[in-house]
Design a protein around this ligand. Structure first.
Ligand code: ACO
Length: 401
């Protein structure tokens, strides 16, 4: 149950809503979520239709500009993204300063923020053209930065983007090609990656999106705001959850616990069942349904046999028939199956939240733009219920015991 109380404090009445579970922080046209009925729509389009017919780039355009692109607009957007995919050489040198063991989320947020230093003309976005340029730079370069953080960790040479390749192919090329040997993903792999990105592209006022809007409310620039969103996404309960799912499935696969034993430990509250439960979805997460099928299809078409998928399916089946989970309305969320897709694309587990960040970037940008455009400009400033000490007399240093 969500704890909401109106409390009288010394400065007036305050609505006490820990975790903001019942607080509307803004008005938004971007994404509709109905958690009771498992409905998700971007700009009015059901996620199932977007997933069946759209690509990530069309979805990014839809979220940011409000309408699906025409063929010409889609081409123009693709061209702008291709123009922006290289990093400034100065920015490339930033990678040398990070240790190889540096977490790719730390690198991603730092380099995206630093990107603003190379484009001082885009810190104040006074026109629609400037906004488009800044948005395109971030959406395009986030791939390059992400892939290079992985190459740095592996001690592999950086692969430069190839403008002939589509968004997802280009990312996989920068991740997995080696000099003179281009990585050639299958169509099914490219489709699965596009699906992964578009299903993560927005989800209204979640923690990272709210962070982006909160930072924007101070009139901070787009680069700094989305960089803060990346940090918010990093945590285990948000963008880090799919890595937790893989860890859990591997433990079961390695025989550390059987599925029933694992479930019992969750019920004893030793830990949570990762990839289960959602603050909003209380019947099912529509993204999880789509990804479950996609994971299955991709593994079948590539002939990649992953025992973790079978364990995930069985684990979900057991949990969905257990009162502990049904009473609390806990169902698989998008993260439950996404890790299986990422593994099949040879993406290491510590890159999982980075993959989420690439997908979520259009949503963060759309929300930043909406908040900036609406011009409400009310700085976000929640109140608190003070539970500390009453006033007391300051103790000089020599008198302290
Ligand atoms: N496993 C076991 N029990 C759970 C789980 C879980 N995954 N999630 C919630 N519960 C239980 C809680 O222990 C609590 O039980 P209680 O009433 O007996 O105390 C009850 O369900 C309600 O839990 P809350 O924490 O209040 O639920 P909330 O809506 O705040 O949390 C969250 C949502 C953070 C996603 C939670 O379900 C969770 O931790 N899930 C696992 C992590 C995860 O998969 N995160 C990804 C979310 S989706 C995304 O970010 C894209």
């Amino acid at each position: 149950a969500i704890d909401i109380r109106c409390l009288r404090t010394d400065t007036g009445y305050i609505t006490y809503d820990p975790g903001y579970g019942n607080t509307g922080s803004c008005q938004s046209d971007v994404t509709f979520v109905d958690g009771e009925n498992g409905i998700l729509r971007y700009r009015g389009y059901p996620i199932e239709d977007i997933a069946a017919q759209g690509t990530f780039i069309e979805t990014a355009y839809l979220l940011i500009f409000g309408e699906l692109p025409t063929r010409a607009q889609r081409q123009e957007f693709r061209d702008i993204l291709s123009e922006q995919e290289l990093l400034h050489e100065g920015l490339r040198h930033h990678f040398e300063g990070f240790p190889s063991s540096g977490h790719p989320m730390a690198i991603l947020s730092a380099v995206i923020n630093a990107l603003g230093c190379y484009h001082p003309d885009l810190l104040e976005l006074s026109s629609q053209e400037d906004f488009l340029r800044a948005a395109a730079k971030i959406i395009s370069k986030v791939r390059t930065i992400a892939a290079w953080s992985y190459r740095k960790a592996q001690g592999l040479p950086f692969m430069y983007p190839d403008p002939k390749l589509s968004y997802c192919r280009n990312f996989l090329h920068m991740m997995h090609s080696i000099p003179h040997r281009q990585f050639e993903p299958t169509d099914a792999q490219v489709r699965a990656l596009s699906l992964f990105f578009l299903l993560h592209a927005d989800h209204e006022q979640n923690c990272s999106c709210s962070t982006v809007r909160m930072v924007q409310s101070t009139e901070a620039n787009l680069f700094a705001s989305v960089s803060a969103g990346i940090c918010a996404l990093w945590g285990r309960l948000h963008g880090g959850a799919n890595a937790g799912v893989i860890k859990m499935l591997e433990q079961i696969n390695q025989g550390e616990a059987t599925i029933p034993e694992y479930i019992e430990r969750v019920k004893r509250k030793e830990f949570r069942l990762m990839g289960f439960g959602h603050r909003i979805y209380k019947s099912f997460d529509p993204r999880a349904k789509i990804l479950r099928e996609a994971a299955h299809d991709m593994l079948e078409s590539t002939g990649y046999d992953d025992p973790l998928l079978d364990i995930a399916l069985e684990l979900a089946e057991v949990a969905l028939n257990d009162e502990y989970f049904t009473e609390r309305k806990l169902y698989p969320n998008v993260d439950f199956y996404s890790g299986i897709i990422l593994r099949a694309l040879n993406i290491p587990v510590n890159m999982f939240p980075v993959m989420f960040a690439i997908g979520r970037m259009p949503g963060w940008i759309a929300h930043w733009h909406e908040a900036a455009r609406d011009g409400v400009n009310k700085i976000h400033r929640p109140r608190q219920i003070y539970t500390g000490l009453k006033p007391r007399t300051y103790i000089p240093l020599d008198s302290r015991l």
